[in-house]
Design a protein around this ligand. Sequence first.
Ligand code: NAP
Ligand code: GDP
Length: 323
Amino acid sequence: MGSEVKEAPIRVLVTGGSGLVGKAIEHVVQREGGKLEGEEWIFLSSKDANLVDAGQTRAVFEKYRPTHVIHLAAKVGGLYLHMRQNLQFLRDNIKINDNVLQTAHEFGVTKVVSCLSSCIFPDETTYPINETMIHDGPPHDSNFGYSHAKRMIDVQNRAYYRQYGRCYTAVIPTNVFGPYDNFNIENGHVLSALINKTHKAKKEGTPLNVCGSGTPRRQFIYSLDLGRLIIWALRKYKEIDPIIMSVGEEDEVSIKEAVEMIVAALDFKGTIFDTTLSDGQLKKTANNAKLRRYLPDFPFTPLKEAIRMTCDWFVENYDIART
Ligand code: NAP
Ligand code: GDP
């Protein structure tokens, strides 16, 4: 009808679109019907723009003119990389986040969903952790650079809302894993590093060296589950306050239990725990009650099954996997 108002086209720009979480969102958008009619989705890698650089950030926004942004790009790594490079984690992530948020604001982007992490919460705290506790005390010493940079996203989101009414918000995932993870043995997160190590140990007939005692506990979220939840947040979550994206507290497991799932999936025997190496945070148990209030029935993929699918993906895609 002639009097119908045409809605502006939706263009979603995903920074960090080539990474673990970005690839999962791409899968949901392209293969699970996550993309709605009339929407355009653009997945960026650092080759499209180095977001540490303000000029390159501006140029990529100028090129795509997004209406919505999912901001995932970050300098990311496992415990042992953080311990070596706190300064670079702080500086790169501060610059990336300020460039993306400010450029989004200048280009009139109506919604931004950024990614925090459950490792940025105070080290000395009560458990379970919830969304109100982000700024309640210093983060764990091992990753203080990354944590302070990430905390500032939350501060900046509040400031854009206060001054300009912008709906820029954030999600807080716990430990993520899945296809397209960084499987590098030195720099990767625990599950991806251990999947690669187990695969290598099996090939070479050597023991699997697990770093630390195996007693720390983690809540692992499968990247595809997180992808589905972030798309939900982009469409439905209207708060500026962040929201924890995690399995329940009852699904927290020890590193040792996770190792058992990996070695079962890859059919390997011969694990050693190197207790001379750091354990990092002993736990960071997060409460997903807020998420459950919005999505009481969201089905998380059981950990054992998700680890098996990730191991299968790694073996089948060894040639293209980040190792
Ligand atoms: P990832 O696999 O390492 O991917 C990082 C992404 O960021 C890649 O697409 C990378 O591009 C891009 N990137 C890095 N530096 C960049 C730069 N200077 N300019 C432009 N792009 C840059 O990381 P991820 O695990 O998917 O993490 C996604 C988000 O989730 C991050 O914000 C992270 O902090 C958060 N998070 C992750 C976890 C986890 O356990 N992995 C847990 C909680 C929160 P290239 O591919 O070109 O390098
Ligand atoms: P975190 O959850 O932020 O601490 O980061 P990670 O994903 O790197 O997990 C670190 C935990 O896994 C620590 O308790 C480590 O001792 C343990 N871990 C055991 N083996 C490995 C390994 O090969 N790589 C990593 N990154 N962590 C390992």
